[in-house]
Design a protein around this ligand. Structure first.
Ligand code: HEM
Length: 137
């Protein structure tokens, strides 16, 4: 028996691959950010320059790409995600969370994933949004 080749030992395709890779996550995050600037609660919260140059959009995109098993560009550029800490400068209360999720829901639905894939993606998003809460106001 010879050593198995790289292909024979390749891991299962990631969820990232399964849902269609970079372009699909790019689309979800683009649709989400289309609504951020004009949102009554989120608009004033997101740094205007990060919306203008789309760097905020890029960070969320690369984070989700990495989370679901795609390229690890996020951590190469930003280090460990430490998302709770990175949200500390912002007041993430129930109202902000509701607005965030209300924008993400249709952005995700627009990706045309299977019901199972959509449920899995949404499950992580709602879990993470709960974890990001940092204010009772
Ligand atoms: C619960 C409501 C949330 C609010 C109000 C919120 C708000 C914000 C704001 C204001 C920023 C700074 C924007 C910028 O980068 O310039 C940010 C960054 C970010 N958020 Fe959220 N966020 C929420 C939930 C989430 C969730 C659920 C995730 C992940 C699934 C997430 C992932 C990120 C990432 C990856 C960044 C960039 C971090 C960095 O590298 O600096 N956020 N968020």
């Amino acid at each position: 028996m010879s050593e198995p080749t790289a292909e024979e030992t390749a891991p299962e395709p990631s969820f990232y691959d399964e849902i269609g890779g970079m372009s699909v996550i790019e689309g979800i995050v683009r649709r989400f950010y289309e609504g951020v600037a004009t949102d009554r609660v989120l608009g004033p919260m997101y740094p205007a320059e990060d919306l203008a140059d789309r760097s905020a959009e890029r960070r969320l995109r690369m984070f989700l790409v990495q989370y679901w098993g795609g390229p690890t560009t996020y951590s190469q550029e930003r280090g460990h995600p430490r998302l709770r800490m990175r949200h500390a400068p912002f007041i993430v209360n129930r109202e902000a969370q509701a607005h965030w999720l209300a924008l993400f829901r249709p952005a995700l639905d627009g990706a045309g994933l299977t019901r199972e894939q959509n449920t899995k993606f949404w499950g992580y998003i709602t879990y993470a949004a709960e974890f990001m809460l940092n204010s009772d106001d």
